[in-house]
Structure formats: structure tokens, C-alpha cells
Write a protein that binds this ligand. Sequence first.
Ligand SMILES: Cc1cc2nc3c(=O)[nH]c(=O)nc-3n(C[C@H](O)[C@H](O)[C@H](O)COP(=O)(O)O)c2cc1C
Length: 395
Amino acid sequence: MLQFSTAGESHGPALIALLSGLPAGLPVDFEFVQRELLRRQLGFGRGARQRIERDTAEFLGGVYHGKTIGAPVAVRIENRDWSNWQMALPVEATPANDAQKRPLTAPRPGHADLAGALKFNFHDARFVLERASARETAARVAAGALAKLLLREFGVEVLSHVVQIGAARLGREGLSRATEWSAIQSVCDNLESPLRCIEPNTEQAMKAEIEQALRAGNSVGGVFEVVAHHVPPGLGSHAQWNEKLDGMLAQAIMSIQSTKAVEIGSGFNGASQHGSAVQDEIQYDRERRRFTRSSNRAGGVEGGISNGEDVVVCGYMKPISTLRTPLESADLGSKEAVRAAYERSDVCVVPAGGIIGESMVALVLAGAFLVKFGGDSLAETRRNFEGYQRQLDQF
Ligand SMILES: Cc1cc2nc3c(=O)[nH]c(=O)nc-3n(C[C@H](O)[C@H](O)[C@H](O)COP(=O)(O)O)c2cc1C
């Protein structure tokens, strides 16, 4: 079973990703992991923090001579900003540093501040926001990069693009699935494309939405779409609620900070259509010896099982809650009405959300892949995968 967890706070010394269950013998492309971390840091609308950090993955265990050894993989990502915070957030109790604490007592509506302070009995939400912060997602992306490397061995590729920022939305009329996929590949390869929108005019409109929010001291949300290409049919299961691939994907995407809705395929639109306009009719390609569909409204999952089409998942991100013109709040100590706290902040995080979404989808797919094909070594996983391909050929 592939399992992963993270540790570390936004302004603490470092973040940690722990990933166990990868088969032994998986080559680790360190440059690829590094590039994934960089991709998360890019985007239009990010705050000053990204100029401080140079996220670098330091492998602490589970990888030797460039390959996994079947042991848990531990990755450390240093927080360069820690040097500005170690007096405020010392690991050891140092009363001398009390004066340097940076308490947050005016909870921000929409952040974890108030709910977390009540839960953990803090009258200062600092420790809550430190862990709730999406800085944690750097560790997810490191783990996700390893999941992508496993999937890549079997031809599966996971990418994302931005389909909406504020009111600016990508129009998709007349775009074939193949054209879209190659457009997504080219925006993902181009690190200069700040929003990873596949249509240049829409990208300009998206930028304008972000600039307008920035000028107004506000924030803006949007939608990213993750597409997993060449996913074999048969991942996940219809048999139990917690084995359903769509359920696992939804949970993984929903867990991304500020994501408030998840859509698989054309799920939202489908709710207002008739059945004949929503299901994807089935054909058989005799040359490839595979069943195919001319449409993919299901987003590659039927009955909780991947059906061989691209897996398509959207994350709907709300505008982030730290605002330069803050909303009303109540002080955690005095209970008096105050304006919510402001800390250096992003304005729009949807492009980064897409990269984190890729990581979460890759982790879910890699997990479901290992449940189906197993294998303690990559060679064993490959044998099982190839046996299944033969079964599909002869079906
Ligand atoms: C990549 C990324 C960066 C974020 N940056 C900020 C930020 O700078 N300021 C902020 O208030 N929220 C930011 N958020 C959102 C908060 O982390 C999130 O709203 C908060 O943890 C509460 O969780 P919830 O919105 O999922 O309920 C960011 C989210 C993501 C995915």
C-alpha cells in the first residue's frame, strides 16, 4: 500500500514528506523532482514568499544509487524563511524570545485560525496557521513527483492547466481531446507560461482578473483541471465505498488548501442534462484491441473504476482569505470587534493549485496502480502489468 504523510510548518525549519510502499528499483530522476518543486512555486499572483524560497528536495532515506530500495522514502525541504522566524518560533522553550513572538489573535474568516484555536485551546492562532498554511504542499509535491515517476514507468502522465480565474474562463468549443492534450503538454513544458492556460487570450483575461484583485487589496479564485493520460482500465473498484477511484480522487483534491469543490469529468454540467447527453458511447478499436469512447464526460472513471480514458479532475478554489483590506473579525482574547489579521500573502493560487492537484492525483493513481499490480520490485510490478496488458489484448 502506498502511504504518504507530511510534517512541518510554514515558518519552521523544514518540511518533510514520507512516502512508503514504492517498489524497490524505481529510478529516481532528481532533476524531475526539482522541476516539480519549482513548478509549484511559479504562477501569476504569488506573494513575496516565493522569492525567498528555493525549494530543494534532500533525500534522507529510501533512495540509494539513484533507486528506491523498498523502504520508506523521506524527503526534506528547507524553509529558507526560517532564518527570519527562529526567534519568533523557537523549537525549544526560550522565555527570552517571548517578546519576539508573532501572535495572531484576529482570526481571518475562511482560514483555519478560529476553528483551530478553539480546537487546540490556543488564544493565539499562530501554531494553527503555521500548519494550515499551504507551504505544506511543497512536501506533497515532492511525494507526488515520486508517484509520477512510478506512473511514468508505465506510460501514465499527469498534467494540469488552469481553466478559470475569477470570471475569465477557458472556452473549449471546437477543441478536440487530442488537441487539448498536446496544448496542455506544451504549456506545462513552458515554465514561462505563468498561468498554464492553453489559450493566450484567455490567459490575458485571467491575468487582468488577478491584477484587478491585487489593486483592490482583494484575492481571486478559480479552477484547475488535472488530466491523467494513458491510465489503464481497472484501477479502483466498484465493490466498496472506500475503494472507488472517484471517491479517492475527490478526497485527495478536496484536501488541497482552499479547494471547495471537486468535479470529475463534466460532473457539474451533467446534473442538468438528460442521460443520453451525458454518457459516453462505447466503440471498439480492432487495431489497438481496446474499447474506446468518442467523448469522455465521465472523466475516465465509471463505477469507481478507471475505464481507460483520460482521468479528468477539476479543483474549484475559493479566493484565499488573507486580504490587504481585511474583513470583520473578533479578537481571540478581548472578544472585541477587530479587522482580521493580514500577513504577507498570495493573491491567486490557482496555478499552484494545479501542480498540487497533479501530485495528489498521481499519488492516488500510483496507490491504486500498486493495489492492482502489486510488486515489491519494479520488475515484479512490470511483469504483473504486462500480464494484464496481455489479458486486455486477448479479451
Ligand atoms: C498554493 C497555495 C497557496 C496559498 N497561499 C495562501 C496565502 O498566501 N494566504 C492565505 O490566506 N491563504 C493561502 N492559501 C489558502 C489557505 O492555505 C487555506 O485557505 C487555509 O489553509 C484554510 O483552508 P481551507 O480554505 O481549505 O478551508 C493557499 C493555498 C494554496 C493551495
